[in-house]
Design a protein around this ligand. Structure first.
Ligand code: ATP
Length: 200
């Protein structure tokens, strides 16, 4: 059992790669929800992207660590990568509920994922364990949380960039900053990532 204070945020995704949109979400969540800590959790394999081959987990993890280096309010956690296989949110949320029993958990979810939230694995238990916070994304209609989920909406700093765009820009050899932090841009170039990108 550990304690990091009362409010804990969980922000999961493919992070292939992490980009400035994710950083803005993290900052807004910490401030608006008064989080003691925000955990960034790269998926081993997203249940929504089973048709895509993600960049090796070690690279996605390294880029997240570069993006959040030096932050004491954010922690990159590789538990889904260590668990391997398809990354189901319920397994991750259960882990945090057991590890931090006195804390309130907030799970950040992109507006694009909200309509199908009630089809997520063990939705009833998930809804009991965490409050869901909907992240605004430019171009996505405001999405109402389906029953039994409860939560609220981040105001944030809506910023219309996606990892797919970054991959396409890397492949086309276009500048990546400031759409990703400088260290992440450097990592992508040094490791020649996304040169054969064929995903949408
Ligand atoms: P892709 O383009 O590969 O689908 P992505 O950038 O949309 O990637 P993820 O890396 O899986 O998505 O993002 C993790 C989470 O961050 C998701 O909940 C996603 O909706 C959210 N997110 C991604 N980009 C933004 C953005 N620009 N603004 C707000 N939320 C975002």
């Amino acid at each position: 059992m550990q304690s990091v204070g009362q409010y804990i945020g969980i922000f999961g995704g493919s992070f292939d790669p992490v980009h400035t949109g994710h950083l803005l979400v993290a900052q807004a969540a910490i401030e608006e929800l008064q989080l003691s800590r925000l955990f960034l959790i790269p998926a081993a394999c997203s249940p929504f992207k089973l048709d895509q081959q993600p960049t090796p987990a070690a690279h996605r993890l390294a880029m997240l660590r570069l993006a959040f280096a030096g932050r004491t309010d954010c922690e990159v956690d590789d538990l889904e990568i260590q668990r391997g296989g398809t990354s189901f949110t319920i397994d991750t949320v259960r882990h945090f509920a057991q590890k931090y029993p006195g804390s309130k958990l907030f799970y950040l979810i992109g507006a694009d994922n909200v309509p199908k939230l009630n089809q997520w694995r063990d939705a009833n238990e998930l809804a009991k364990l965490a409050e869901f916070i909907v992240i605004p994304r430019p171009g996505d209609a405001p999405a109402l949380l389906p029953s039994p989920f409860q939560g609220s909406y981040l105001v944030g700093h809506p910023f219309g960039v996606s990892a797919s765009q970054i991959r396409a820009r890397a492949k086309a050899n276009l500048p990546l900053e400031p759409l990703v932090p400088a260290a992440v841009s450097q990592f992508i170039r040094n490791n020649r990532l996304y040169q054969t990108e064929s995903k949408a």
